[in-house]
Design a protein around this ligand. Structure first.
Ligand code: UDP
Length: 493
């Protein structure tokens, strides 16, 4: 009953585990402040993978205090399967879903005065229109860093001044305020076209332009991790003439916490990865995982295996079935569990038994990274993975695959953040066994490796300080809540 009386924040993440997970963590913080949270998801979007659905179920089970509501599935557009540009439909679809979202928010589930605000995901920004219709504040939760947000804010102006897409610039460096020079080729692939010639590019630019219409942007980062970008955001406009960037609240790192892992002790006892890690020496294990969607071709998997084997180090490796080659397929395929014997070099699993563990599809990553035996992390540089490693104090080897990951890589290896080195082969689409072996040895054995670890450990401390009473993220979060109240007042709530 009491729960029913509480004001409700509606969270509307974009699709994807990488968006749902951190938003759930933010929801937990809001619950702790006496607000109720309803998380609105879309029932089985037609490109969602089985592992995404399984993870969503796990997230739901672990968060009984959050109300989850599913909007009905949208019929798949007939031309979708043949398209090579599913993300375009993704953004279009989210815009079409505004009607469904509005209907739900006007339903009996929300008596007058109950709705506190709408928090959109970084792709579901069109929902700011729904919030406006209902007269409640709208915020965007940006599940990437301040550096990417700064770039997103500066892109429309950059593109408007050009006749052709940024692709033409190749590796030439782009100067954006707040971040080191970024090779043009390292931007999100879809943004390399020109919006006037490419629908997908135009759609993406438009999605992020709508951030200007939100009452604020909640960013999953902390000030001392990205000082330059955070400070640039204070002065930036957001790509819409005449509109300033709305207030930015850097409240991160918002990642899963160990207390909860302990709470889920039952699950822990049964988890193969954690049990195996328990038996390994401190900081001895290299963990390899490529996010919720990352896959590598079979030849690359064999090469990694050879490199790991030669390095002599312990490893925990999450292996997925290689994706098809076309973009559309990568999104659509319901991939079967990988056949490790067929994918990995003959005898590899036997020869590395005891020293290495290969798991299929999924590992409890936050708990793995925080385990005392985690020594290094080979990562695809998804922003959640980056924050999870930083808060665990684990140094990283970057192997970016898609989305803004190449850009994240530039920031991670850059002087300001300094938490990682890169696997250089990724740029040519193939990392050799020799490089895997060499980099693993470097991070695990060398003096430079120790220095890198020390830098990440310092970042970890900074992250903890940011979240403590009086820390920058805690202060930003208080400001977010107080500002939301002011906006509600202005809207007559
Ligand atoms: N994740 C996990 N186990 C896996 C793969 C991914 O727990 O085997 C989690 C990971 O901890 C992170 C999220 O899934 O919270 C992936 O988000 P990220 O931003 O790193 O990458 P994305 O999947 O969005 O590319």
């Amino acid at each position: 009953q009491q729960q029913k009386q509480r004001q409700t924040v509606v969270m509307y993440p974009s699709f994807g585990v990488g968006h749902i997970i951190p938003m759930t963590e933010l929801a937990r913080v809001l619950l702790g402040r006496g607000l109720a949270v309803t998380m609105v998801l879309i029932e089985r979007p037609f490109w969602s993978s089985d592992s995404g659905a399984a993870t969503t179920r796990r997230v739901m089970a672990a968060n009984p205090a959050i109300t989850f509501h599913f909007l009905p599935p949208y019929p798949s557009p007939p031309d979708f399967a043949g398209s090579t540009k599913p993300p375009f439909f993704h953004t279009l679809l989210l815009r079409r879903y505004n009607g469904e979202l509005g209907r739900f928010l006007r339903s009996d589930a929300f008596p007058p005065g109950r709705l506190h605000s709408v928090v959109t995901g970084m792709f579901s920004t069109y929902a700011v229109d729904v919030a406006a219709e209902l007269g409640v504040p709208a915020y965007t939760f940006f599940a990437s860093g301040a550096g990417f947000l700064a770039i997103v804010a500066q892109l429309p102006a950059l593109l408007a001044g050009r006749k052709e897409g940024l692709k033409a610039l190749g590796d030439a460096a782009l100067d954006f305020a707040g971040v080191p020079p970024i090779p043009a080729s390292h931007l999100v692939k879809e943004l390399l076209e020109h919006p006037e010639e490419d629908d997908l590019c135009a759609a993406m630019v438009d999605v992020w332009r709508r951030i200007a219409d939100a009452d604020g942007v909640v960013v999953n980062t902390f000030e001392s991790l990205e000082r330059r970008a955070v400070s640039a955001l204070r002065d930036l406009r957001c790509g819409v003439p005449g509109k300033p960037m709305p207030p930015v609240y850097c409240v991160g790192p918002v990642v899963g916490d160990t207390d909860r892992a302990a709470e889920a002790a039952d699950e822990r006892r049964h988890d193969e990865c954690l049990e195996w890690l328990d038996a390994q020496p401190e900081r001895s294990v290299v963990y390899l995982c490529f996010g919720s969607r990352g896959t590598l071709p079979a030849a690359q998997l064999r090469e990694i295996a050879a490199g790991l084997e030669r390095s002599g180090h312990r490893f925990l490796w999450v292996v997925r079935t290689p994706a098809g080659t076309e973009d559309a397929k990568k999104f659509l395929e319901q991939r079967p569990e990988p056949d490790l014997d067929a994918l990995l070099p003959e005898g590899f699993l036997d020869r590395t038994e005891g020293r290495g563990l290969v798991v299929t599809s999924w590992a409890p990553q936050v708990a793995v990274l925080r385990h005392r035996s985690a020594g290094a992390f080979v990562t695809h540089c998804g922003w959640n993975s980056v924050l999870e490693a930083v808060t665990a104090g684990v140094p990283m080897l970057c192997w970016p695959l898609y989305s803004e990951q190449m850009l994240n890589k530039v920031l991670m290896v850059g002087e300001e953040m300094g938490v990682a080195w890169e696997m250089e082969g990724y740029a040519a689409g193939f990392v050799t066994a020799e490089e895997v072996e060499r980099k693993v040895r470097l991070v695990m054995e060398s003096e430079e490796g120790r220095e890198l670890r020390a830098r990440v450990a310092a970042r970890k401390e900074e992250a903890e300080a940011a979240l403590r009473e009086g820390g920058s993220s805690r202060v930003a979060f208080e400001r977010f809540l107080a500002d939301a109240e002011k906006v509600r007042g202005r809207l007559g709530k």
